[in-house]
Design a protein. Structure first.
Length: 118
């Protein structure tokens, strides 16, 4: 399984950006797709996840501003980011977790940098 993240860039505070994560390879019927971010000097943190059934969870800091749609037909996940703040500046990573009877298998994308600055 390979993940290709894209869409990062420089945006002004209050602006919007959409990240994409294209997944190639086998995605199991039970899976979780998610976005994580890591700001300079900080640990990687969860931003949002979406389960194969469609349920979502968001970090408190992004609730109401970010959404995580997915297109199963295209094996692609997105992160729609609105009302961006300087504290959203980070490298954003996508992850897919496949669940099988043998365990959980995690795959990461390479990261895409989002900079929120005027």
């Amino acid at each position: 399984v390979q993940l290709q993240a894209s869409g990062g860039g420089l945006v002004q505070p209050g602006g919007s950006l959409r990240l994409s994560c294209a997944v190639s390879g086998s995605i199991f019927s039970i899976n979780v797709m998610g976005w994580y971010r890591q700001a300079p000097g900080k640990q990687r943190e969860l931003v949002a996840i979406i389960q194969s059934g469609g349920s979502t969870n968001y970090a408190e800091s992004v609730k109401g501003r970010f959404t995580i749609p997915r297109d199963n037909a295209k094996n692609t996940m997105y992160l729609q980011m609105n009302s961006l703040r300087p504290e959203d500046t980070a490298v954003y990573y996508c992850r897919v977790s496949n669940f099988a009877s043998t365990g959980r298998y995690d795959y990461w994308g390479q990261g895409t940098l989002v900079t929120v600055s005027s």
